[in-house]
Design a protein around this ligand. Structure first.
Ligand code: ATR
Length: 282
């Protein structure tokens, strides 16, 4: 049977406000070229006032897009405007990936997938642990809590400067998730096998506080979702203390995989060439 995907060009987007800093066009452009596919992936800067109109032109087919990525500040609205958000989006209340299926707008959130795929690739075996510590309770931490819980980690400790925000996530994500203030860090890191930093600690011009990672399990993995700089201050400390570390660039690359497959019909791979392409752009 003839597959129209092989011949007709498909067009996808990343929308945000602003969107010029997004590296997604580099990633998808690399895959389109490498796989020899006709199509495009472009930045579409859309203000909050214009977003509903943008989605309505997407649904009607008028814009000619098969789908795209959604970034700040549109993730929550994208979820609300989708006809078929999946269960992951539903629980997060936010979607970062949209695609059309039979005229209906489908939505998912691929951040959790990207986080896990990056860890699986860079630190296979990390999920032998039954205890994870996640520092931070902002937007970025949600999909990670969800993903780590769904992978079956038994106890997830969310540590945050503002305990109320951590508590809100514990309430949202169920009994495996526990909320703490910063003072609990030493206690909850005891024998944990995964430590994730989702905060900007040490990134805003101030020195990162000294973290003592020694209570962690000896085979623990420490990861940071930040990828500029590639080796975040907290990773430098963990590495100096002898722990395996995973940087955040892989999460960005892996979270792009499911969307590309939906829009262009081929599952792309995350390889060193792609990583080097993004590193060269920093
Ligand atoms: P994002 O969506 O990128 O996660 P965010 O919603 O602004 O961004 O969340 C930033 C996270 O970093 C929060 O957990 C924040 O703690 P609060 O909830 O207490 O604000 C944390 N954070 C930022 N700067 C911090 C600092 N200097 N010390 C401790 N935590 C900090």
């Amino acid at each position: 049977m003839h597959d129209s995907r092989e011949t007709s060009a498909r067009h996808a987007f990343v929308t945000g406000y602003p969107v010029k800093h997004s590296r997604s066009p580099l990633i998808h452009g690399h895959w389109l070229e490498k796989l020899g596919l006709a199509g495009s992936y472009t930045r579409q800067e859309v203000s909050p006032e214009d977003f509903a109109g943008f989605i309505s032109r997407l649904k009607s087919g008028e814009s000619g897009f098969v789908g795209g990525n959604v970034t700040i500040p549109h993730k929550e609205t994208a979820y609300r405007l989708a006809d078929r958000p999946d269960a992951l989006s539903e629980e997060l209340g936010a979607s970062n990936t949209l695609w059309l299926e039979g005229g209906r707008l489908c939505a998912t959130n691929t951040d959790g997938y990207g986080f896990l795929a990056n860890l699986d690739a860079a630190a296979p075996g990390w999920n032998r642990t039954d205890r994870a510590v996640i520092l931070g309770a902002g937007g970025a931490s949600r999909a990670i809590i969800q993903a780590v819980r769904d992978r079956g980690v038994g106890e997830i400790h969310v540590v945050n400067r503002t305990v109320a925000r951590a508590q809100e996530l514990a309430d949202r994500f169920g009994p495996k998730v526990h909320a703490h203030g910063m003072e609990a860090l030493a206690e909850v890191t005891k024998e944990a096998g995964l430590f994730v930093n989702t905060t900007s600690l040490g990134m805003d011009g101030e020195a990162a506080p000294d973290f003592d990672f020694s209570p962690l399990a000896s085979d623990a993995v420490v990861t940071d979702i930040v990828y500029v700089p590639l080796v975040a201050p907290i990773l430098r400390q963990a590495s100096a203390q002898g722990f395996a570390t995973v940087d955040g660039l892989g999460m960005l690359l892996h979270q792009a995989v499911p969307g590309f497959e939906k829009w262009f019909g081929v599952r792309p791979t995350v390889d060193a060439a792609l990583r080097n392409l993004i590193l060269a752009d920093m």
